[in-house]
Design a protein around this ligand. Structure first.
Ligand SMILES: NC(=O)c1ccc[n+]([C@@H]2O[C@H](COP(=O)([O-])OP(=O)(O)OC[C@H]3O[C@@H](n4cnc5c(N)ncnc54)[C@H](OP(=O)(O)O)[C@@H]3O)[C@@H](O)[C@H]2O)c1
Length: 270
């Protein structure tokens, strides 16, 4: 299981160079999506080919995660025929991801977001069953869902659906860092991946006690946030484009925060 995930959204033609830089810095888990609007998955594949060629790392030492995105989250560059049944769209999306990443399986395949912000729908169940089929066929080790509420997860459970191995959510401090969803995940042994830990929480990075703590530990406020995320059981994502920040983000894995500090950060904003 990875400890820190490098995110590849919004990097366009810098994707290949930045993913290579991230792997050289020590990241071993990469998050992408077959959603050309926000991700350049083929660029991730270019980076992988380069690091394999350079002998830096082998496929089995990397954790590769991609996503299936409904048509409404895409632009015109679709990895499937939008008229095909959803199950076929899922299969084609993953086949295209495997092609982009030049691998026969990913480690995690994530539903980018349910079809409705309010409820788990029949379409979601059809997609989820198709994703399970891909997993059973060996094309992904694990399954995940992203951008989900507690209601979505409870409805999955109420419909007796297999629960995901991962939940990947934007994590706002003002919701107690997604407290309700994290509690559900804890209860059901689901691994919680948190993104936008820095960008969604500028008030935390400006919080004087947190800045004081960072100074005391000769760390940066960003490192404290990532160390906090680890301490409460999250798997953090960072999509930094800066080589120094890549090193700092990974170095935060060695920071241990006392329980009372973790508790204080958990209740900074919500
Ligand atoms: N499932 C979804 O719907 C979804 C949505 C959004 C994102 N994601 C995934 O999550 C990944 C991360 O996205 P994100 O929203 O968390 O934003 P991000 O792209 O990781 O942006 C993080 C921001 O924090 C800064 N930063 C990172 N490390 C830092 C450090 N040590 N010190 C100071 N600043 C630092 C970065 O600036 P620098 O570049 O200057 O370091 C950047 O401005 C994405 O690439 C994507 O893979 C998934």
């Amino acid at each position: 299981m990875p400890e820190f995930v490098y995110g590849t959204a919004w990097k366009e033609d810098r994707t290949a160079a930045l993913v290579q830089l991230a792997i050289r810095a020590g990241f071993r888990a990469i998050d992408t999506a077959n959603q050309r609007k926000h991700y350049y998955e083929a660029g991730v594949g270019e980076a992988l080919a380069a690091v394999y060629r350079a002998g830096l790392v082998e496929r089995e030492n990397l954790f590769l995660q991609t996503k299936f995105t409904y048509q409404r989250g895409q632009d015109h560059r679709l990895p499937y025929d939008s008229k095909a049944p959803l199950a076929v769209q899922v299969a084609h999306s993953l086949a295209s991801s495997l092609d982009h990443l030049a691998t026969d399986h990913v480690d995690s395949f994530v539903l980018h977001g349910p079809s409705s912000g309010y409820e788990w729908t029949e379409d979601d169940t059809e997609v989820w069953e198709a994703m399970r089929h891909e997993r059973d066929a060996g094309r992904t080790r694990l399954l995940g869902v992203s951008n989900v509420s507690l209601d979505h997860l409870e409805q999955m459970a109420a419909n007796a659906l297999e629960l995901p191995a991962y939940v990947q959510n934007r994590c706002f401090a003002r919701t107690g860092w997604d407290r309700e969803v994290r509690a559900f995940c804890d209860q059901h042994k689901i691994n919680y991946q948190g993104f936008s830990l820095l960008t969604a929480n500028p008030e935390v990075l400006r919080h004087p006690p947190l800045i004081g703590l960072a100074e005391k530990l000769t760390a940066t406020p960003a490192q404290i946030v990532f160390a906090f995320a680890r301490a409460v059981g999250m798997l953090p994502l960072s999509g930094t484009s800066n080589a120094e920040h890549m090193k700092q983000d990974l170095a935060s894995l060695t920071l241990t925060l006392p329980p009372e500090v973790v508790q204080a950060i958990e209740s900074i904003a919500g």
